[in-house]
Ligand binder design. Sequence first.
Ligand code: FES
Length: 227
Amino acid sequence: MEKEGKMVTIYVMGKKHRVPAGLTIMKAMEYAGYQLRRGVGCRGGFCGACATLYRVKGSYKLQAALACQKVVEDGMYIVQIPFTPAEKKLYDIEKIRPTPNVFVEHFPEITRCLSCNTCTKACPQDLMVMDYVQAALRGDIEKVVELSFDCIACGLCAIRCPAEIVPYQVAQLARRLYSKYILGLSEEVEKRVAEVEEGKFDEELEQLKRLPPEELRKRYESREIRV
Ligand code: FES
């Protein structure tokens, strides 16, 4: 029996469900009885694990979203993309340098960019993906970093790119080069690494390892979060 309030119809992998309006896709799936073991992580729009494609009945448009952020619409056909099987480019950040050609050398496929903007339209973070791919072609590391700062590597741009570029990997390289060679090391991180190496947290870590799962959960849930 349906609860009070407005309900909408969604289709998850082709199966029809009635769910309350106003829920995110993720919550609606759980409401419909799915236990999410893949395609879910932070639930807050940060980790990129919940990439989802959908189409609304009557529309030709295939759209992309994060399941933990997008609210269900009536007549939504949903399919989750738990990960993008993209080739992982390997490089040693200690050996490569922030040269103008660094992107084309490691990702020659970016020269195939058609400037079609499909990647930008697919981005659930509303990033100018095509623009940062173009900046990478020009070797402009800082621009790639600036435009891709909020990328969560959900993979939806790569799935939609007709030139089979994996934009988020290009952005990742830019951010690595930027932080290593342009921005420099953070004092706080250096200090904390030194403290870890000196064993400052060893005892605390050992204590945590001995805690029963319930106590561990309690401490995790009441932890202080700095934003
Ligand atoms: S679950 Fe992490 S972004 Fe959606």
